[in-house]
Design a protein around this ligand. Structure first.
Ligand code: ADP
Length: 513
């Protein structure tokens, strides 16, 4: 028997009960039994309320450790019309000395127990009632103010426990919803924190064979690849990478940093796209090769024909047309074969290259275009630029493609700026123009083979739509990045970034460790 005269001991017991288990029903059941015992009530009930005031659960106690059921209908009735509802609405405890004289007391049908006096106490947390305790006694005038104070002290603690349980359930439900959302995704998703997988969805378990729900990142096949991608992401914030899995599948890996919670990695299997692309490239390569010789013949014989005497003016025009078409076809074929070679990893020998020197060489080579359109070209090189690792001819090709385009898509008298900067790990080259700009839809596709953002411009300069694909293939082959920023009618900036030679050496040393 707990003494009512020792409130401190009572509170201590209540807090012990509240901390004894995570099962709220069990804890509140015990507390109700305690309340019934210390107040000397015959029985009691506790209604736990939702935020809208509707009863979520009811817990009953009659004497120590006994509980019984109460129908939903009756619960709702006492909440709507009875003493429990009054305590809820007024947010304060109340004693009913004689239930027959107080119309806040509802006499329920088929009630077997007699209640002559009663007490109600709301559980209030931050001005919100999240539960109500009702106590019953067979004798009239039983409950006094001292009972109210005991019930109040217990209710304060119980309100906190109910609120904590509500928050816990809310968080738990959100976590569940989040997990089931990730589990229903059709691609593998994993969450990595401190080099450990802390979550993997169903697809990741199935497709990447990550058996354990939580494990070290490097403990499953392919984990080392993701580990290296994450290391690179930490250094360069790329957000995206293409990786080849140990079983030769190709994945596009997207990484998003979740503040303080590690990284979310989504893997998209693009093996079939890669296969299609390689089939297409092989086909184009074969056709290009087969066309090379006949085109050469056409060109040679057309030239011979042009030098023939006695050709009519009309015939000369035809020959000129044949020659210029043949040259365009040859240009296209050279670009296609170039692209195939770069994609096949035959981009030439790589060594330390001086980007500033390459930019200067490019500007000398395209001087005729620059002056024919009266373009002002400005170069800005950061001081003490380091070297990059690449092939000088390929890098020349990249920069001349970008500067060529900047001139080609600028109006006469326009301005083109080439600036070269260096960060801790990369050299970044920006080629800006004040041309007509590119719409956001076109920007997303510019680097695809044969894509030309024609817009509505009938005056669009000629081209193959392969230049930027070649730029991308070359920069990709060095593990670099290429991107465009553009505003219609304002101009465009095409940029690429590649690791400095110094950084390449440093990373290679780190990866070997
Ligand atoms: P091409 O210039 O031969 O068409 P590219 O691959 O070099 O092929 O470029 C693809 C398309 O991107 C071009 O057709 C053009 O629409 C657009 N483009 C490239 N550079 C620029 C630029 N500096 N300003 C505006 N549009 C550009």
């Amino acid at each position: 028997m707990v003494s009512r005269s020792d409130p401190l001991k009572l509170l201590h017991m209540v807090s012990n009960e509240l901390n004894s288990s995570l099962d709220l029903d069990e804890v509140l059941g015990k507390i109700m039994s305690l309340v019934v015992e210390v107040t000397g009530a015959n029985r009691g009930s506790l209604f736990i309320l939702r935020e809208d005031g509707r009863v979520m659960r009811s817990i009953l106690a009659r004497g120590p450790n006994q509980s019984a059921e109460i129908s939903n209908y009756n619960v709702q009735k006492v909440m709507n019309e009875g003493l429990a509802g009054w305590a809820y609405r007024h947010q304060k405890g109340v004693v009913v000395a004689d239930t027959s004289m107080d119309d806040r007391w509802i006499h329920l049908k088929n009630e077997t127990e007699i209640t002559k006096s009663a007490m109600a106490m709301p559980l209030v947390f931050k001005k919100r009632v999240n539960g109500v305790i009702i106590l019953h006694q067979e004798s009239p005038g039983y409950f006094k103010n001292s009972h109210l104070s005991i019930a109040h002290e217990i209710a304060v603690q119980a309100a906190i426990a109910v609120e904590n349980a509500r928050l816990f359930t809310e968080v738990d439900n959100e976590r569940e919803a989040f997990h089931s959302f990730l589990n229903s995704m059709p691609i593998p998703v994993i969450v990595v924190s401190r080099d450990c997988v802390v979550f993997r969805n169903r697809m990741a378990a199935e497709k990447l064979q990550i058996v354990e729900e939580k494990c070290e990142l490097r403990s499953f096949p392919g984990g080392v690849i993701l580990y290296n991608v994450l290391q690179k992401e930490d250094r360069e914030s790329v957000g995206n990478a293409e990786v080849v899995w140990p079983d030769k599948r190709v994945f596009n890996v997207s990484i998003s940093k979740a503040m303080h919670h590690g990284s979310v990695i989504a893997l998209n299997d693009i093996t079939y796209l890669k296969e299609l692309d390689s089939m297409k490239s092989k086909f184009v390569e074969t056709v290009s090769h087969d066309l090379k010789n006949p085109l050469h013949f056409i060109k040679t014989f057309s030239r011979l024909l042009r030098s023939e005497n006695g050709l009519s003016r009309q015939a000369k025009t035809y020959v000129e047309d044949i020659l210029s078409s043949t040259e365009r076809m040859q240009e296209l074929i050279e670009s296609l074969l170039d692209l195939a070679a770069i994609e096949a990893g035959l981009g030439g020998k790589v060594e330390a290259c001086d980007i500033a020197e390459i930019v200067k060489d490019v500007l000398v080579r395209i001087e005729p275009q620059i002056s024919s359109k009266a373009i002002t070209v400005v170069t800005r090189f950061q001081e003490d630029l380091g070297h990059v690792i690449g092939n000088e001819i390929r890098l020349f090709q990249v920069i001349s493609n970008l500067v060529d385009n900047a001139i080609k898509y600028s109006d006469e008298g326009g301005k083109v700026i080439v600036d070269v900067n260096q960060t801790e790990s990369e050299i970044i080259v920006n080629v800006s123009d004040e041309g007509h700009g590119i719409s956001p839809t076109d920007q997303a596709q510019l680097f695809q083979k044969f894509y030309r953002a024609k817009g509505n411009d009938p005056e669009m300069p000629g081209g193959t739509g392969l230049g930027l694909s070649i730029v991308k293939a070359i920069i990709d082959s060095y593990g670099g990045r290429v991107w465009v920023e553009s505003k219609l009618e304002k101009g465009s900036t095409f940029s690429f970034a590649i690791s400095t030679a110094h950084h390449e050496k440093h990373t290679a040393a780190l990866e070997q460790q």
